[in-house]
Design a binder for this molecule. Structure first.
Ligand code: AKG
Length: 359
């Protein structure tokens, strides 16, 4: 988790940390927890719900105090802002269900493909076709014999580490030796936490490593980001050069942080939510500023530009329970047998694609 506080006493002290603690999922709140007594459901009454805001706006009723509609000529979706957080824009239900399903599929199939790096790359090297391997119930197995590899795409690549290589096989019985490492593709998918598109973000340096091999970010994603960035652009154009895709499991959270490695902070970060509902905290320029909590649902898009680029933000909670996850429309779109692996994944996961201009 980047940008996290360093000492416990510091972390207890800030308003941002207190809000994270208020909203995070506690083990005792998990359905399988044995500590049923004394479980307090999280109080969500202060969480801004932009779906309700949109509904009342469309009915011609007023907006809650502190929230205004942003009038953006030529932009055909309602956009909302907080009066005291300039540079932050919320576009509720920006994507249709079909678009949401498309980007979920892309996030699971093409986005983690090499040369894009993922959190798994450092352990296993580039992994080809992870999602297909899940579908065909394959197992990733360590092999030492690199001479016999038929996988030309991966030859001489990062995943031949000390003459070790990981490849997918039909079953664990391919692993002859006891010491041989193997892991089911389905387990790897559950461990996927991020992938980087376009210019590759280096988490250890917290910067973009332009020397790493990369493909341009996909044209369709670039087009979507340019279209959605319009309300946040005061002048000039938005040139998407990189995207970070975050994959959240049921108890994952993203700690309060700033995204400050891009050169021009007047350009927005375009942040797309997919899958299970989450809580997003938008703080101020100091961790001591009390953050605003809001729900992020599948299809919502958030823009952070200008002053809002200096605001701490994070995701303390995702909801995977039936009452709160709010993904029935996505699941019904993924109802065919062919799509069952997408449905299984997204039922208990959230994906965030955030697109950035780096230079
Ligand atoms: O998941 C989100 O909605 C926010 C992601 C984010 O803040 C980031 O990747 O920097």
């Amino acid at each position: 988790m980047y940008g996290a506080e360093t000492t416990t006493s510091d972390s207890e002290r800030t308003a941002f940390r207190r809000a994270e603690k208020q909203y995070k999922l506690y083990k005792s709140q998990l359905p399988k927890s044995r500590k049923k007594n004394g479980i307090k459901p999280t109080d969500l009454s202060d969480v801004v719900d932009f779906r309700a805001v949109l509904d009342s706006f469309e009915r011609g009723e007023g907006l809650p105090p502190g929230i205004v509609e942003f009038d953006c000529p030529g932009f055909d979706l309602p956009v909302f802002c907080f009066k005291d957080r300039p540079g932050f824009f919320f576009i509720p239900s920006a994507l249709t269900i079909e678009e949401q399903c498309h980007w979920i599929q892309e996030s699971l199939t093409t986005f983690p493909q090499p040369p894009n790096r993922t959190n798994l790359t450092a352990i296993y090297g580039p992994i080809l076709d992870l999602f297909n391997a899940v579908r065909s119930q394959k197992v990733l197995i360590e092999t030492e014999n690199t001479d016999k590899l038929v996988d030309h795409d991966l030859k001489n690549s990062e995943n031949i580490l000390h003459s070790r290589k990981f490849l997918f096989y039909e079953g664990a019985n391919m692993c002859g030796k006891q010491s041989c490492k193997s892991v089911a593709a389905s387990v790897l998918l559950q461990k996927l936490r991020w992938s980087t598109l376009g210019l590759q973000f280096d988490w250890s340096q917290r910067n973009y490593d332009v020397s790493l091999p990369h493909n341009k970010i996909p044209d369709a994603l670039s087009l979507l980001a340019k279209k959605m960035a319009v309300p946040a652009l005061s002048s000039g154009e938005f040139h998407p050069e990189a995207a970070i895709v975050n994959y959240f499991g049921p108890s994952d959270m993203l700690g309060g942080h700033l995204d400050d490695m891009e050169v021009d902070w007047t350009k927005p970060i375009v942040s797309v939510s997919l899958g299970c509902k989450a809580i997003f905290l938008l703080g101020g320029k100091s961790r001591d500023d009390s953050p605003i909590a809001m729900f992020l649902r599948s299809g919502d898009i958030v823009l952070m530009a200008a002053e809002a680029r200096e605001c701490f933000h994070g995701v303390p909670r995702i909801f995977t329970d039936n009452d709160h996850a709010d993904i029935s429309a996505v699941l019904s779109q993924f109802s065919s047998e062919d799509d069952c692996f997408y449905a299984d994944y997204i039922r208990s996961s959230r994906i965030n694609i955030n697109i950035r201009q780096v230079n």
